[in-house]
Design a protein around this ligand. Structure first.
Ligand code: PMP
Length: 398
């Protein structure tokens, strides 16, 4: 019955991960996967999260279905974290927020809502992209396009080319933007550049869709939400998909949120109803356990404060790793410009290494980086930095 279907190629990142596990190099390093690892190479269970999980394990209350929009205390926590505790749009009731199945679920629900509301609208996605953006929006029946984002010459933002493209878009086009820690490049617009992006959104009547998957991993919890808050202040209507997978280290709990900022409280009410309808037809409701874990951390002032320190520790560690790589490369290969390690932010760095160099890294040194040259920074730690930089120098010198 299904023989006519094409083989699913799988995710290339997972394929490479399998190859890493088969590799017998004694100092092999896995820099493929977008997970946060601590200094000991372990995925952390944050103490703030563990405390709530323990309480929940002892809680005998039945695991009922959550409402379609999710847990109320979770939804208000999303609004405080994403929009800020003193957000005007939130206070005015202009934001419709639901609990979602991770950031991916938020993108899917948002894409379905947009396709219902604007069936002819296309979406513009950064080049290079997190590949799933194309898959999610394409899967929702929305035509996907790319806008220029990364400049290989500067290893920075191709801002003029990006703006030229946005300036040509038809009204009501959807523009997918990463407020911080762009995946895969680690390259983010500055606040001044965000202001120019916002001006184009307003001028051309575009629909910004912000994908906030790494809040707190770049500059700080508040700083990383700059674009969200600036758009709200500018009076734009827009969507934000946020994920707690990384900043609470709760990947498999599937915890995210979708917020739609509307022109009025009445419109937000209408949108909330439509969001519930979309959720109902695809998965009915979000997870009880994940919802209570996140709400339990974010709504308790002490745990919330503890969580902020835990995120800060993750962020600091990645910044230290970037600094250490930069210093080591400066000493080992003085002619090589490794500034991008310092300038790019968050979990990823776009190295610009060639295919041959990446293959040599794997085969000669057991260092695994995906084919785009995207390095997952948290895979580096004090124990493997020397080997990593030696390997890099070897392939760069060839
Ligand atoms: N957007 C981006 C840019 C991501 O990198 C990721 C996670 N890799 C997601 C969304 C999805 O987040 P989640 O794992 O919470 O579904």
């Amino acid at each position: 019955m299904f023989q006519h279907l094409q083989q699913y190629a799988g995710d290339p990142i997972f394929g490479l991960n399998d190859a890493f596990h088969r590799n017998t190099h004694p100092q092999k390093i896995n820099l493929t996967i977008g997970l946060y690892y601590d200094e000991n190479g372990r995925i952390p269970v944050l103490p703030s999260v563990a405390a709530v999980q323990k309480e929940l394990a002892d809680d005998p209350s039945p695991r009922v279905y959550l409402p379609m929009e999710g847990l109320a205390s979770y939804r208000s926590a999303v609004q405080r974290v994403v929009f800020g505790a003193d957000s005007r749009v939130v206070a005015e009731g202009k934001v419709a927020t639901i609990q979602t199945l991770g950031g991916t679920g938020a993108l899917k629900v948002g894409a379905d809502l947009l396709h219902d509301a604007y069936p002819l609208a296309g979406v513009w996605i950064s080049d290079p992209a997190w590949d799933n953006h194309h898959a999610i929006f394409g899967g929702a029946g929305i035509t996907t396009h790319s806008y220029p984002y990364y400049d290989p010459d500067t290893k920075g933002l191709a801002f003029d080319a990006m703006m030229n493209c946005l300036n040509e878009l038809p009204a009501r086009s959807i523009v997918l933007l990463h407020p911080c820690c762009h995946n895969p490049t680690g390259v983010d617009p500055t606040p001044e550049q965000w202001q120019q992006i916002i001006a184009v959104m307003l001028e051309r009547g575009l629909i910004p869709f912000l994908d906030l998957a790494y809040q707190g991993m770049g500059e700080g919890m508040e700083e990383d939400a700059y674009a969200v808050r600036a758009m709200a202040d500018a009076g734009l209507s827009f969507l934000v998909a946020n994920s707690f997978s990384k900043n609470l280290s709760v990947y498999g709990e599937r915890c995210g949120g979708l917020s739609v900022v509307c022109a009025s409280a009445d419109e937000a009410e209408l949108v909330l109803g439509q969001l519930k309808a979309v959720v109902r037809r695809i998965y009915s409701s979000a997870p009880w356990h994940g919802g209570h874990v996140v709400a339990g951390v974010l709504n308790d002032p002490q745990r919330h404060a503890q969580w902020l320190t835990e995120v800060e520790a993750m962020r600091r560690r990645m910044a230290q790793v970037r600094k250490a790589v930069h210093e080591m490369l400066a000493a080992k290969l003085p002619g090589y410009d490794a500034d991008y390690f310092l300038q790019q932010k968050g979990m990823f760095t776009y190295s610009g290494l060639s295919r041959e160099q990446l293959v040599a890294l794997r085969e000669r040194h057991g260092v695994y980086i995906i084919d785009s040259g995207r390095i997952a920074v948290p895979g580096l730690n004090n124990a493997n930095l020397e080997h990593f930089t030696d390997a890099l120098v070897d392939v760069l010198e060839r």
